[in-house]
Design a protein around this ligand. Structure first.
Ligand SMILES: Nc1nc2c(c(=O)[nH]1)N[C@H]1C(S)=C(S)[C@@H](COP(=O)(O)OP(=O)(O)OC[C@H]3O[C@@H](n4cnc5c(=O)[nH]c(N)nc54)[C@H](O)[C@@H]3O)O[C@H]1N2
Ligand SMILES: Nc1nc2c(c(=O)[nH]1)N[C@H]1C(S)=C(S)[C@@H](COP(=O)(O)OP(=O)(O)OC[C@H]3O[C@@H](n4cnc5c(=O)[nH]c(N)nc54)[C@H](O)[C@@H]3O)O[C@H]1N2
Ligand code: SF4
Ligand SMILES: [Mo]
Length: 741
């Protein structure tokens, strides 16, 4: 690939066969706004009122031109008709009305200032998002710590990869989703894919699994549903939701029993095995079958496939991670890799498939409650001193660690009285969403920066309309740890400003005239310095290098140093260089089925919608494909309930009640129902979910709770979407936040 200029709209020629006349501005190489695959694409401005177009970009190695329907249609959300183009402020009549930017920004500054003055700095909260670019995530964290001086900042990534992040740190001393590029997946011998429905959640990545199998490799998928991904597998294990920890322990038990340990690797490159072994031996196959529902012969088959291959990998996604024991669950899968020597060498290892566009970078640069840029720890004196020096403040001026995402949302209107929210839609996506909505309403002041009037923005006192992906330049870090450059390809409509401009303007109003540049490359230059010598070291990465090298893998400590596509080949990032086993034990989910709530509810995604749907529900083609919520259930369960396909079902948990049409399918276990979480309203899955938190990662248990399922009409009366009862299994005490050790 040729090296385009470092900044500004760089262009590439028109697609073959396309006229590149002067009337048409040229297409620009950039990346998709949505998931962590960050597919390369080209965007061509429409000109003369015509919409912008998304074109293929075959030269970007990760997706090689392939795009899913969401990426292909992403330009639709750029159109002024789909989005906000004026700030909105809530009038004394309670109605949001258009306002000038100066008035809106004054109102936000005033709202944040007042709460701080009346109740103290920690009464002002900030909630960010893993879809924000590195530059925005960095600036938001700095704004919270330097301007607001609050400890109360966290972000939606806590709902996403937090458990894998802690498990990574525990075992390897470093957290990067995949420690190897995706291309290695095609070249290993066996992949166990745990709770990932990649065929729907990152479709172009499916080709790596297809290639794996074409190369003679085997694929094992672990999912309570026979998804399109599971259909590709040589072996599909279909456990009860919330039992992956027992499953991993059971497989490792068989590894030990069958003499398949890699004793040499354990001795030379790991620590903690002897402490871990008793927990493994306590999970014998028959017990594991009883807990998981996976028959012993399938366990044996999985172990044979995994160990017979010369190289193998375990990849996890949200299935095993979004559990109140997600961290221990991931540790159990890592233990399996370590005990079999499948780590710290090429074509083998454990990886987590991150989720949001900047799910990786978004958790490295300081919008997480316990963190400073470069994946530094906020409670580490050396880290504080380094970052404070870059920010031009004293180390003691930096606040300490704050609350995790759900705990922060739960504290709204109580300890936290004003909130600035950027890049998330928790009314739809947070667990126990009716309660979270109530907490948002209880705030003295809420400001939301968004592209569209999301369900959360609709509750705000001030809404600030911002520019989006193809209208601005910035970096994201994809699931491989590859830092890539999204380039500005089109002009934003009049009336919107970038998140960086918003932060700069607010900082100025709150007494800080400098330190908040609005040019992304300038912000990135500062981020490089702030991250230098930290675990996620970006010091050597520049926009020019990213363009020239198809992205640069961190850590990259100097401009003349190569990036690091493959981690841990010589040593792990722990003090002694050894990977650490973690002793873990299976435990039940926070809520197990009971006579009153006899079924498991699990939740997740569909191909055509993205997250809270704020963006994709505004795209015609995607809505036609997936117009609304549904409840997937097994034909036998449907028969027992007397419902036909498409008839309304009421699903009730201890948090509330949701109603959506039945989608009957033999692909799901008989004891489990599945709901996608993309919609607000009466079919909102998160009305039902349990905010029980993992003690180490503070990740909520999105993937398991207990529900009652009835044909709507026969169901007990109750206000749809409202909280029922006060009984909530949340564990929201002062537990350890993110500390792995
Ligand atoms: N189309 C689409 N793609 C997306 C997104 C989107 O919203 N829509 N979001 C992006 C983001 S942020 C993320 S985090 C990723 C998520 O990507 P995935 O993790 O692939 O998505 P999910 O559908 O949440 O969960 C995956 C699977 O976990 C299974 N599962 C449920 N409970 C359990 C369990 O207890 N154990 C196991 N082993 N599996 C279980 C579900 O049946 C589901 O098929 O997708 C990214 N890509
Ligand atoms: N039941 C259930 N709930 C879940 C999950 C699950 O599996 N089951 N998964 C969880 C996971 S993994 C995730 S990641 C969360 C995601 O859930 P959310 O945090 O709600 O994510 P999005 O819907 O992507 O929200 C992003 C918002 O930011 C806006 N936006 C986009 N780009 C920008 C930008 O550059 N600047 C600003 N200011 N705004 C922008 C979008 O329009 C949108 O309103 O949901 C979690 N919730
Ligand atoms: S797979 Fe993800 S990054 Fe690629 S086009 Fe689809 S949504 Fe965009
Ligand atoms: Mo996510």
């Amino acid at each position: 690939m040729s090296a385009p200029p470092a900044t500004g709209p760089s262009t590439s020629p028109a697609a073959p066969g396309e006229p590149a006349g002067p009337a048409r501005r040229q297409a620009v190489d950039t990346h998709c706004p949505y998931c962590s695959l960050q597919c390369g694409m080209r965007v061509r401005p429409g000109g003369a009122g015509a919409p912008a177009e998304v074109l293929e970009r075959p030269d970007f190695p990760v997706n090689q031109g392939a795009l899913c329907g969401k990426g292909r249609t992403a330009a639709e959300v750029l159109s002024p008709a789909a989005r906000l183009t004026s700030p909105l402020v809530r009038g004394t009549d309670g109605v949001l009305r258009p306002a000038e930017w100066s008035e809106a920004l004054d109102r936000v500054a005033d709202g944040l200032l007042r709460a701080g003055a009346a109740y103290g700095r920690d009464a002002v909260g900030v909630f960010g998002g893993g879809g924000l670019t590195n530059e925005k995530a960095y600036a938001l964290g700095k704004f919270a710590r330097v301007v607001l001086r609050t400890s109360q900042i966290d972000y939606n990534g806590r709902f996403c990869m937090a458990s894998a992040a802690v498990a990574h740190q525990r075992a390897f001393g470093l957290d990067r989703g995949l420690p190897f590029p995706l291309e290695d997946v095609a070249r290993t011998g066996c992949v166990i894919l745990v709770g990932s429905n990649l065929a729907d959640t990152m479709p172009p990545a499916l080709r790596y699994l297809t290639e794996l199998r074409e190369n003679g490799g085997r694929l094992i998928v672990v999912d309570p549903r026979r998804t399109r991904t599971a259909e590709q597998a040589d072996l599909h294990l279909q456990p009860r939701p919330g039992t992956d920890l027992a499953l991993a322990l059971g497989l490792l038990h068989l590894v030990v029993a069958e003499g398949r340990l890699d004793e040499e690797f354990i001795a030379s490159r790991t620590s903690g095995w002897q402490r871990t072994l008793p927990g493994v031996m306590a999970h014998w196959p028959e017990l594991v079958e009883r807990i998981t529902g996976v028959p012993v012969p399938q366990l044996r088959e999985a172990v044979a496939m995994f160990c017979d291959a010369a190289d193998s990998m375990v990849l996890t996604a949200r299935g095993p991670e979004q559990q109140a024991k997600g961290t221990d669950t991931v540790s159990a899968w890592i233990n399996l890799c370590l005990a079999t020597g499948r780590s710290g060498r090429p074509r083998s290892g454990y990886g987590c498939l991150t989720g949001q566009g900047n799910g990786q970078g978004g958790r490295e640069h300081g919008q997480k409650a316990d963190q400073l840029p470069g994946y530094r720890k906020l409670d580490d004196p050396a880290a504080r001193a380094h970052v404070a020096a870059v920010w031009g403040v004293g180390p003691d001026d930096l606040p300490g660690p704050g609350r995790s995402a759900y705990e922060l949302l739960d504290a709204l209107g109580r300890d936290v009285r004003a909130l600035l929210l950027m890049g998330s839609n928790p009314v739809v996506s947070a667990p126990r969403a009716a309660h979270v909505t109530e907490r948002l309403r209880a705030l003295d002041f809420l400001a939301v920066c968004d592209v569209v009037l999301s369900e959360t923005a609709a509750l705000a006192d001030v809404v600030l309309p911002v520019t989006q992906w193809a209208e601005e330049t910035g970096t994201t870090t994809n699931l491989e740890g590859r830092v890539i450059l999204r380039r500005r390809a089109v002009d934003p409509p009049p009336g919107v400003r970038s998140d960086l401009e918003v932060l700069a303007e607010l900082a100025r109003r709150l007494g800080r005239d400098d330190g908040f540049p609005t040019d992304p490359e300038e912000v990135f230059a500062e981020l490089r310095r702030a991250s230098a010598a930290g675990p996620a070291d970006y010091a050597g990465i520049s926009y020019a290098r990213i363009a020239a090298e198809d992205g640069v893998f961190w850590p990259c400590p100097a401009e003349d140093a190569p990036g690091t596509p493959r981690l841990f080949l010589d040593r792990f990032a722990t003090p002694d260089g050894r990977a650490r086993f973690t002793p873990v034990q299976h435990r039940p989910s926070a809520e197990e089925p009971s006579p009153e709530y006899p079924y498991y509810l699990t939740t997740g995604r569909v191909l055509a919608q993205y997250q809270s749907g704020a963006q994709t529900r505004r795209v015609r083609e995607l809505n036609a494909a997936e117009p609304g919520p549904f409840v997937q259930l097994h034909p036998r369960l449907a028969a027992r309930l007397g419902v036909a396909d498409g008839e309304l079902l009421a699903v009730t948990s201890r948090r509330g009640r949701a109603v959506a049409p039945a989608r009957i399918s033999a692909a799901i276990r008989q004891d489990t129902v599945f709901m996608p979480f993309h919609w607000p309203g009466e079919g909102r899955a998160n009305t039902l979910t349990n905010p029980a938190l993992d003690p180490a990662s503070r990740m909520p248990e999105f993937k398991v709770c207990a529900v009652r399922v009835e044909a709507e009409g026969s169901a007990a009366s109750g206000e749809v979407g409202a909280e029922v009862g006060a009984e909530v299994g949340a564990e929201v005490g002062d537990g350890a936040r993110d500390d792995p050790s």
